[in-house]
Design a protein around this ligand. Sequence first.
Ligand SMILES: [Zn+2]
Length: 509
Amino acid sequence: MLLTPCPRPEPAPSRRRTRRTLSRHRTAALLASAVSVCLVAAAAPAEPLGVGDRLYPYLGNPGYDVTSYDISLTYPGANDRPLQAVTTIDARTTDDLERLNLDFAHGTVRSVEVDGRPAGFTSAGEDLVVTPERPLGEGSRTTITVRHTSDPVYGRNQQGGWVRTSDGLAMANQADVAHLVFPCNDHPSDKAMFTFRITAPNSYTAVANGLPDGADRVGRTTTWTYRTQHPMATELAQVSIGRSAVVRRQGPHGLPVRDVVPARDRRALEPWLAKTPDQIAWMESKVGRYPFETYGVLMAQADTGFELETQTLSLFEKSLFTGRVYPKWYVESVMVHELAHQWFGDSVSPRSWSDVWLNEGHATWYEDLYAEETAHRSMEERMKAAYGSSDRWREAGGPPARPKPPAPGQKIGIFRPNIYEGAALVLYALRQEIGRPAFERLERMWVQEHRDSTATTGDFVRLATAVAGRDLTGFLAAWLYGEKTPPMPGHPGWKQLPEDKAAPPLTRR
Ligand SMILES: [Zn+2]
């Protein structure tokens, strides 16, 4: 570990001229105190930091803003061995920094460089604490290069970002495990551009978020490069490595659609893949233009127990489509759920994890609306059923906009019915209150105004108030933060139901 050098304070010029003798003493004293302060700071134990997220206090780090990640991964041809990796982070400092924390908690760090010079590093909690040779001044641009391994094998009770599939790897970082894959500022409030360079044996196909930027074959390996054209949260990164086919087609107004499926299942899965362009067109008819450069579904041969809206390439379990467990209309509505997230959750990301109802409430809303419009599944009936359970969901998981922290050891435990059906119910109440035309205008404006950015629950309440032309603060506060569910506008007869009479919620992401 390198010790941080201290800047030498200059004595004040007037004192230097007029009180020479004293000034020497003062200078010596100043230097002595500055050095001792610095030594104390440098010798203080490195500690994990966070950006103050109520639900995940140690996620993210203060003092800098990441502008881009360049992540190189070398896959050894087996998914139970670590990948060799180099992560290069371009950041802009927002404070003077003698040290800089990254989130990284799984894998071996071989070296760290800051602006091309070797830097000290140590770990503290789930952070990698980096000490550059020279302190970084506020407002400067800096490049941090970490050479490390990225290990897809986790402990029995540990959840990681890599998903081991039957033919390789996929990624599922939500909510807080991107930093078990690569060093990062692992909080959705710090979105950045991403470049992925994935080297794998020639028999594999690698796909990541964004558009391809070349595949270079050298001997027995190929390096695949992908770049995002829009900023992305770390939780939404996707890297798929497998014996995959990449199926290309066109979406609305020439949007490139590419799906990634196990090569041998390509033909069998085609009827599902063919649905995506119409689903995109349907979503565009509701909220406006698709926000990214490409879309597609990744059907992974893995039992994740969830689907995930990784940006431009949503992750699904292949068995959802081949298992014949769920009716066709339901599978299609789940496809629309992840597609809707590209607007709600990906393009507009939550400023903090307490705002996650804005992701899941909206994704559930469009899932339900699609089922109503294409499969005649009454939304009103679903909302009435949700209303019957809403108080119980609030008690178990907290009100939609103030979810309870995850139980110890269950970090994805915030994904409870209160932020799914419970939050879609809030949107339904709002539509009942302000009417369909104002609600639809609000939805379009929301994704337009906060596109490629982050937003809070407060931002949503303010926009709803502006669009409706009347103050909705009290109305929405009761629905978003109340321990009990308020009466449903227009449905005075809706009641909470005892548990044995309530419909069980579906679990999904
Ligand atoms: Zn979801």
